[in-house]
Design a protein around this ligand. Structure first.
Ligand SMILES: *Cc1c(COP(=O)(O)O)cnc(C)c1O
Length: 401
């Protein structure tokens, strides 16, 4: 049974490529296929739009275009930021990060730890927020880097980046933020916040997969991750993914243009969905702060049900959502984010993340509000069993996204 329409509520996992973005990148997959580093005019025809894309990306975060490094993905940007700090300061072997980071930061921290670094993983409060005094106390003379995400992918909780950045500056420690989920959803201003390093990813922002950005503040030292040619001002070797860069540029431009209107519209839809579920389905709770949160995300716990089962029932009717559990669907490990917030395992296993985006409509929200209550009732066993049996899918992974 294959549903015709897809109700996509998983925009924190990836987004549809905007048609305007496809249109902008297509010429760079067809007639403009030169190498931007080539000295002749056919190369310039690619180099100039590439620099235009860099300006567009810089505009999204109020950076100087020279501070923008194109990478292959958000994960590479995160890895590159962390490794740079530890290669720059061989005498500094300490990293401060949080328990709720994306695996691109958390697992790289573990790798650093296995290679002789010390890592302080800051806990979070029950609402997902950070205790800044604790962060301040964690910084030591040998701290090479503090890495704290701007917004959490599972709960949407937003961290006070300007304050954290100020703390790091006053202690003379480099500060990196994973802003992959924040981009296009809240205002990002690297100048005002004074962050040193910041990661972005194209496919969370209506550009394709396989293109990322690392912002590296001018004046802050940086050690390249990929070593080879002189691309990206010597900070990231490898011929640029030109079409991807152009796509990212156009997506960034659209995000700026549509910011006010889109974030207000998406917030309204998210609130309609969240309020509808919280009031319409008993035994439901929100995970994470209500206010200091991205406008598109809601993480809801359904008491007495397994999120995996909810996902599967929704999948049958074409609704795409994520479970709060695990980096890999199929493993029943409760989410590290919810666990860090003190959510009990049984409760965390009933957590479902809905993340809205630019293509969601009110009709889609209302469809979920109509279909979800009977699904939850059924899973709680108050409906007579019947129909198709609920089988747990054994293939396919939903990444820690
Ligand atoms: C998706 C995501 C990443 C990884 O980005 P990729 O481009 O998929 O590698 C990193 N951090 C956060 C917060 C994310 O949501």
């Amino acid at each position: 049974m294959k549903p015709e329409k897809i109700y996509y509520f998983d925009n924190n996992a990836t987004t549809r490529v905007a048609p305007e973005v496809v249109e902008a990148m297509l010429p760079f997959l067809t007639e403009c296929w030169g190498n931007p580093s080539s000295a002749y005019e056919f190369g310039h025809r690619v180099a100039k739009p590439l620099e235009q894309a860099r300006i567009q990306v810089a505009g999204l975060i109020n950076a100087d275009p020279r501070e923008i490094i194109f990478t292959s993905c958000g994960t590479e940007s995160d890895n590159a930021a962390l490794q740079s700090a530890f290669r720059l300061f061989p005498g500094k072997r300490h990293l401060v990060t949080t328990a709720v980071e994306h695996s691109a930061v958390l697992n790289y921290s573990k790798f650093l730890q296995d290679n002789g670094c010390e890592v302080t993983v800051l806990p979070v409060e029950p609402d997902g927020s950070l205790d800044l005094h604790q962060l301040e106390r964690a910084i030591r003379p040998d701290t090479a880097l503090v890495s704290v995400m701007w917004a959490n992918n599972e709960t949407g909780v937003v961290f006070p980046i300007e304050e954290i950045s100020a703390i790091c500056r006053s202690r003379d420690v480099l500060f990196h933020t994973d802003a992959v989920q924040a981009a296009g959803k809240i205002v990002l201003d690297v100048r005002e916040t004074g962050v040193d390093l910041l990661s972005l990813s194209g496919h969370k922002l209506y550009a394709p997969k396989g293109i990322g950005v690392l912002y590296a503040r001018r004046g802050a030292r940086f050690q390249p991750y990929l070593i080879g040619g002189h691309q990206e001002r010597g900070r990231r070797a490898g011929t640029e993914n030109v079409a991807g860069c152009i796509a990212f540029g156009r997506a960034a431009e659209l995000a700026v243009e549509r910011f006010e209107e889109e974030t207000a519209r998406i917030r309204e839809l998210r609130d309609r969905l969240e309020n509808g579920i919280l009031t319409g389905i008993p035994g439901t709770t929100r995970n994470g702060a209500r206010d200091a949160r991205l406008p598109n995300t809601t993480n809801l716990g359904f008491e007495g049900v397994e999120a995996e089962a909810v996902l599967m029932m929704l999948d049958r009717i074409g609704v795409c959502v994520s479970s709060g559990s695990a980096c890999a669907t199929g493993s029943l490990e409760p989410s590290h984010v919810l666990t860090a917030m003190g959510v009990r395992p049984a409760q965390a296993r009933g957590a479902v993340r809905f993340s809205l985006g630019g293509y969601n409509t009110r009709e889609e929200v209302d469809f979920v509000l109509e279909e979800l209550p009977p699904i939850i009732r059924h899973l709680r066993g108050s409906l007579p069993s019947g129909g198709e049996p609920v089988l747990v899918r054994d293939s396919g992974t939903v990444g820690g996204v």
